[in-house]
Design a protein around this ligand. Sequence first.
Ligand SMILES: CC(C)(COP(=O)(O)OP(=O)(O)OC[C@H]1O[C@@H](n2cnc3c(N)ncnc32)[C@H](O)[C@@H]1OP(=O)(O)O)[C@@H](O)C(=O)NCCC(=O)NCCS
Length: 256
Amino acid sequence: MIQDLLPPGAYAVETFDDSDAEEQLAQLERTLVAGAAPGRRREFTTARLTARRALARAGLPVVPIPTGEFGEPRWPPGVIGSITHCAGYRAAAVAPAGSVPVLGIDAEPDLPLPSGVLEAITRPAELARLRALDRAAPGRAPWGRLLFSAKESAYKAWFPLGRRRLDFVEADADIGADGSFRVMLRVRGPLLNGERVTGFTGRWATRGGLLLTAASAVVTAPRGTHASPRRDHHDHQDHQDHQDPKIRQIRQIQQS
Ligand SMILES: CC(C)(COP(=O)(O)OP(=O)(O)OC[C@H]1O[C@@H](n2cnc3c(N)ncnc32)[C@H](O)[C@@H]1OP(=O)(O)O)[C@@H](O)C(=O)NCCC(=O)NCCS
């Protein structure tokens, strides 16, 4: 399913069952989850073995994938990729570096967000666009959860370039009813091949009770321009959002 959201050059493998084959992991991978609960160990094992299958499908070296200090998968040189899991679903996508600019994938249940979360991850301009989507295509997708997932995909695409955590209010997501999305950075973006990245674009779909997003392209500042992040009259509100207990609450949900 998630393959359909990716451009040529990227390869995804997904699975709906968990694997108990922890012995197939490399020692360094097993060590990463040695003290974790059984459910997390199964999820990790399945996702890592799924990633190996994606590497094989792409014709790339099938190697262990350690975890970096921010929780990110550390792909071998020359490879970019992303991993996601949610209840009943695990997926990995990889590509030879250079064949696609970035890769970030996310899967969520096709359900509305728990109450209070949307307000914590959006700015007023994003909420206004979500309301417009709801009026234009009511019930077509849980638009708030979709915005959340698009931001998570964009974060996974951002991380290998930005190498730091990105707050939800540091980006502005715009969901298209046509299955596209765009997440624009509100902070100075990283460089990719000498160009300043100002945002990420991708595709989304709802299938079989799941909501899937994949960010696989970048928006860059035109050469010679000074790429200032987008600022608007809600900046004061954003400053307040950083202090908001709801923001801290969503961070805890994400880190748990
Ligand atoms: C890291 C994060 C995006 C993971 O999303 P999630 O919905 O909780 O979980 P998913 O199952 O979709 O993804 C988990 C996988 O993400 C990958 N991941 C974790 N940290 C990552 C990072 N910094 N960069 C890239 N990938 C990362 C890992 O492969 C992880 O699986 P693993 O631990 O089994 O290897 C989320 O927990 C988080 O920290 N979000 C806050 C930052 C954010 O999204 N900001 C939005 C800015 S616009």
